[in-house]
Design a protein around this ligand. Structure first.
Ligand SMILES: [Zn+2]
Length: 316
């Protein structure tokens, strides 16, 4: 295949096909770059198409309910506490932080309760508007490249399941690097194409333009001029959590060639059949089964999203 244009990571232009359907069985072409192993959508949508997707998708979702249901806020609040655990070693009160793709604002809200000066950047009007108007947060409702952030003004940027949605991650990471003070950090989590924890048929999603491995994720950060202080594979999900630094520690070296072989191996061997023989799908099923009971009692009587979040986050 040659009409993909240049690979965002290695500038190569040679790709092998990986899949022709998304997780719902709809047409979606996914390819792997033979130069670096970066798995990506083919053809690459452009930034205008993606901006339109977020605007329309979220407007559709919010047509009936102008605010997220309380059980979504409850779940998201708890997920944010887990995110904070991972971020804890890198943040302090009074730091200036931006949460990228801040959604309904739950993480920005949490950072503020811990004393940070936090704001959000969010492309969708539905979520962003809720965070701004109902939670009273400082949110810029625009794509990254249009956001107004002073150069060298931030200590921390958090990006939780965001970078896989970006059309040009190299350009966007370079933009983020400009916003960081020297020594500033980007705490980023993305799904892991090399994880065996997700059903192969669920692997590809229209909005996930890039399917990173630990190797390709580290490499794109370095190409954007960032150091890599640490990389963790999340035990429960297999997701990749990386700490990128500006003029800071650069402790992680990874071999792209090795990552490419591993990705090819996973794509070949990790079939639907072998997945269902492993324990992962079942433990997930039972966890999901227990969830509604806990939630119902926790949110009963709660009607104010702000109060619910304050309750979950405590005062610490
Ligand atoms: Zn490449």
């Amino acid at each position: 295949m040659s009409n993909q244009g240049k690979c965002n990571l290695c500038d190569g232009a040679s790709y092998d096909p990986v899949s022709s359907v998304d997780r719902h069985g709809a047409a979606l072409n996914t390819v792997i770059c033979v130069g670096c192993g970066l798995v990506q959508t083919h053809p690459m949508p452009n930034e205008v198409e993606m901006a339109e997707f977020y605007r329309l998708e979220y407007r559709k979702r919010y047509k009936k309910t102008p605010t997220p249901p309380m059980k979504h806020i409850y779940r998201s609040g708890h997920r944010c506490l887990a995110r904070l655990e991972k971020a804890k070693a890198h943040i302090k009160a009074n730091m200036r932080a931006v949460d990228l793709g801040s959604g309904a604002g739950e993480f920005v809200f949490l950072l503020k309760t811990r004393g940070l000066q936090a704001q959000g950047i969010e492309p969708s009007e539905g979520y962003g508007g809720f965070a701004k108007n109902t939670l009273g947060l400082d949110i810029q409702i625009k794509p990254i490249e249009e956001a107004e952030v002073k150069e060298e003004s931030l200590d921390i940027i958090t990006a939780h399941h965001v970078i896989e949605h970006i059309v040009d991650p190299l350009k966007s990471l370079s933009t983020l690097a400009k916003w960081l003070k020297p020594g500033g950090k980007i705490l980023a989590e993305v799904p892991n194409i090399n994880s065996r924890m997700h059903a192969p048929s669920r692997r590809f999603h229209f909005a996930h333009i890039y399917n990173f491995s630990p190797e390709t994720f580290v490499a794109v950060g370095k190409k954007a001029g960032l150091g890599v202080e640490e990389v963790q594979i999340e035990p429960g999900t297999g997701h990749i959590f990386a700490v990128f630094t500006k003029n800071g520690q650069d402790n992680v070296q990874m071999d792209l060639e090795q990552g490419l072989l591993e990705t090819r191996n996973i794509l070949r061997k990790h079939t639907e059949f072998s997945h269902h023989l492993s324990a992962y799908p079942y433990s997930r099923f039972f966890n999901n089964l227990r969830r509604p009971f806990r939630e119902k009692s926790a949110i009963s009587g709660q009607t104010d999203p702000k109060e619910l979040l304050q309750h979950i986050y405590g005062s610490d």
